[in-house]
Write a protein that binds this ligand. Structure first.
Ligand SMILES: *[C@@H]1O[C@H](CO)[C@@H](O)[C@H](O)[C@H]1NC(C)=O
Ligand SMILES: *[C@@H]1O[C@H](CO)[C@@H](O)[C@H](O)[C@H]1NC(C)=O
Ligand SMILES: *[C@@H]1O[C@H](CO)[C@@H](O)[C@H](O)[C@H]1NC(C)=O
Length: 451
């Protein structure tokens, strides 16, 4: 049973469960072996915050679109919202600039400089504004001759200079894109920037777009190496404000989970890209699906939306405390897709600390709510009775025995997400009776319940 296997993760290495018809072999190598992680102490849980790109792109037209153009005003506005509207307390602490922030030319000393019209107070001033609100500032660079938007890039000879500039400005995170460079330059440049950031003495989290430029898979991509030099990395293409984009990204990550899942852990995360919840493309069910699947994937939670005008429904999804707790689990084990049903239902699972776990029932269907029948036992939970919390309905469910068959109703393109724990009493039973004894209170006579 999966539950037992991940309970004792210190001694387990790689667990295969031969009787299963589908791939649930769960590798806990990342927990057990002394895998090297970038040693800057940052991002022991997936980073959370806000990133400009998906929603604001390269809008530099401050004359005609002053509220939405890439400018210090936009980042100050979002910092105000993060600090005043309850986001920061939930963990959303990064405000990240993306492309198109800089001047078209380096300064007289060869250093990058912000566009003076759009950032008249300068980046150091913006960093102080953000730090004063208990937040962190991220910036964007590109390993190559130009950024994707055509601004000055960081060629190999500029790596030390740019790392020092960012440190001098008191930047907290760097996303290094990979436009306009070849395989060899990236192979040299991404590790070199990691060293250069370290050499500044300032802890700066490091997001590498490198794997996305090399197809995201071995042999081109070496995830062992990435974990040693980057805190997170973009494996795959950019997200767009549409359900098809969210689905395409999720499909790619779960199709390749045997490779990607073991690569993640505290300080080293796969990044399926921004949350587009609160924008224009997703229904509320689809928004819950993105939140749930990103939580299962231990994905960074960078929103790209307008926090000044976001709907209360979208905010409720993004501020869901239990979904965030699942995403931020300190054990840092990325979850997996357990099964794909011909009905269009898929089930996802993530092991969490303190013998808790998360399950997501997801429907690819486009007709009507689907009543999916299963049991925790069929999903490879060990014998026992579990406490279930429905994450988006925000309510406690009746305790559930592994053998009890249940039905969940899953909306088209939507999810049901459960946060699952073994009852506290049961821990004692486990401790004293080898996990066999169950108090009669935990036995339900019903063998089929509708949840
Ligand atoms: C730089 O790397 C060393 C050794 O890996 C580590 O101990 C130190 O904390 C790092 N410093 C920063 C600022 O990342
Ligand atoms: C990559 O670009 C450099 C020039 O910056 C060139 O010298 C080198 O041959 C290129 N390598 C490949 C594999 O194309
Ligand atoms: C991947 O990187 C690690 C760490 O740098 C290295 O030890 C290993 O040999 C690399 N693997 C391959 C296949 O190149």
């Amino acid at each position: 049973m999966l539950f037992n296997h991940y309970q004792d993760n210190r001694s387990a290495i790689a667990v295969k469960i031969p009787r299963m018809g589908f791939a649930v072999a769960f590798c806990v190598l990342a927990l057990a072996a002394p895998i090297l992680t970038l040693d800057n102490g940052l991002m022991r849980t997936p980073p959370m915050g806000w990133l400009a790109w998906e929603r604001y792109r390269c809008d530099i037209d401050c004359q005609n679109d002053p509220k939405n153009c890439i400018s210090e005003g936009l980042f100050r506005d979002m910092a105000d919202r993060l600090s005043e509207d309850g986001w920061r307390e939930l963990g959303y602490s990064y405000i990240n600039i993306d492309d198109c922030w800089s001047d078209m030319n380096r300064d007289g000393n060869g250093r990058l400089q912000a566009d003076a019209k759009r950032f008249p107070s300068g980046i150091p001033h913006l960093a102080r504004y953000i730090h004063n609100r208990g937040l962190k500032l991220g910036i964007y660079g590109d390993m190559g001759t130009h950024t994707c938007g055509g601004y000055p890039g960081t060629t190999l000879d500029k790596i030390t200079t740019d790392a020092q500039t960012f440190a001098d400005w008191e930047i907290d995170m760097l996303k290094l894109d990979g436009c306009y460079s070849n395989v060899t330059e990236q192979e040299q440049g991404y590790p070199a920037m990691s060293k250069a950031l370290n050499a500044t003495g300032r802890p700066i989290a490091y997001s590498c777009s490198w794997p996305a430029y090399q197809g995201g898979l071995p042999p081109q991509v070496n995830y062992t190496l990435l974990g040693e030099i980057c805190n997170l990395w973009r494996n795959y293409g950019d997200i767009q404000d549409s359900w098809s984009s969210v689905l395409n990204i999720a499909d790619w990550f779960f199709k390749n989970q045997d490779i990607l899942q073991p690569a993640a852990g505290p300080g080293r995360w796969n990044d399926p890209d921004m949350l587009v919840i609160g924008d224009f493309g997703l229904s509320m069910d689809q928004s819950r699906s993105q939140m749930a699947l990103w939580a299962i994937m231990a994905a960074p939670l960078f929103m790209s939306n307008d926090l000044r005008t976001i709907s209360s429904e979208a905010r409720t999804i993004l501020q869901n405390k239990v979904a965030i707790t699942i995403n931020q689990d300190p054990m840092g084990v990325q979850g997996r897709r357990l099964l794909v049903e011909s009905s269009g239902i898929e089930v996802f699972w993530r092991p969490l600390s303190d013998k808790t776990s998360a399950l997501v029932f997801f429907s690819r269907r486009t007709d009507m709510p689907y009543r999916y029948q299963t049991s925790l036992g069929k999903l490879h939970y060990a014998t026992g009775t579990y406490q279930i919390y429905d994450v988006f309905a925000q309510r406690e469910m009746p305790a559930l025995k592994d053998s009890t068959s249940f039905l969940v109703s899953i909306n088209p393109t939507g999810v049901v997400m459960w946060y699952i724990s073994a009852p506290a009493d049961e821990d004692q039973d486990n401790a004293h009776a080898g996990g066999k004894l169950r108090g009669p209170a935990f036995h339900r006579s019903a063998n089929h319940i509708l949840l």
